[in-house]
Design a protein around this ligand. Structure first.
Ligand SMILES: [Zn+2]
Length: 272
């Protein structure tokens, strides 16, 4: 790694620490960033601190957007979500599942146990198994601590900055709302694939059909090509296509997790 890269990472680590310091009076940021070993993990040490960051941003999101008023829809997502949460790798967290009144096909998670799904995505899923697949993928991001662990992807830093912004609610916020920014957060490719592999395991443990992940990835693939065709020039909306790219690779990862081996054609379709 180039020296300039290390310096940039160290700077980000310091900023991260300062931001967190401003958020929580107790607890400390894990200083596991090691220049000698170039170890890139930099984690929020306490779960409490992670939950606090997630809760602040989640509260702001709920303040800014309309949640779906249809209680049976919320209940359905909560029920599926809790079945996944009960078998996931981080059961000590309290998970919250919220459906947002938005036609976009998008889903996102925040550290500490907060999962949001757009109503547009819920409607695109063909059945409970497909919906469970999306939810399991988001729970997996939280369980694997992707947002806080891989801070070099900048995602964790962005979330902490959003928490800081949410904490200054009332102050004039320029540009996009916190909710709009959250909807555009994107995980790193390796985290996407890991979330899919974990999701397959969670679905199996919770009694859902994990093969539904493949059918929903097909839906996404078709949707992505539709969007590319019909989106007016210059219009960028927070779509699942933006926050969850890598569909061919994800299909490959899910098939490998399911069957141990993927079709040769998927290897051909998967980008380098
Ligand atoms: Zn994801």
């Amino acid at each position: 790694m180039a020296a300039s890269g290390i310096v940039a990472q160290a700077r980000r680590a310091v900023r991260w620490g300062l931001l967190l310091g401003g958020l929580a009076a107790t607890g400390c940021v894990g200083s596991s960033f090691n220049l000698a070993t170039q170890q890139q993990e930099y984690t929020i040490t306490s779960t409490e601190q992670e939950v606090e960051v997630g809760r602040k941003v989640a509260r702001q999101v709920v303040d800014e957007v309309a949640v779906v008023a249809d209680e049976p829809v919320q209940q359905r997502v909560r029920d599926i979500g809790q079945r996944i949460a009960a078998v996931c790798d981080r059961r000590e967290l309290v998970y919250h599942f919220t459906v947002i009144a938005d036609d976009d096909v998008n889903a996102f998670s925040l550290p500490g146990g907060y999962v949001f799904l757009d109503d547009g995505l819920v409607k695109k899923t063909a059945n409970d198994d497909e919906l469970a697949g999306v939810i399991a993928h988001e729970v997996a991001h939280i369980a694997a601590r992707h947002a806080v662990k891989r801070y070099e992807s900048n995602l964790g830093l962005q979330i902490v900055q959003l928490a800081s912004l949410a904490a200054r609610r009332g102050a004039a916020t320029r540009g996009l709302s916190v909710a709009a920014r959250v909807a555009q957060l994107a995980y790193a490719r390796q985290d996407e694939l890991e979330a899919d592999r974990l999701a397959v395991r969670y679905l199996q443990a919770a009694g859902f059909d994990p093969k539904a992940m493949l059918t929903f990835l097909e839906t996404l693939r078709d949707l992505h090509s539709d969007k590319a065709q019909y989106l007016p020039r210059g219009v960028v909306r927070p779509q699942y296509a933006t926050t969850h790219p890598f569909v061919p690779e994800r299909t490959l990862a899910v098939k490998e997790a399911l069957f141990g081996v993927a079709d040769y054609i998927d290897y051909l379709n998967a980008p380098e």
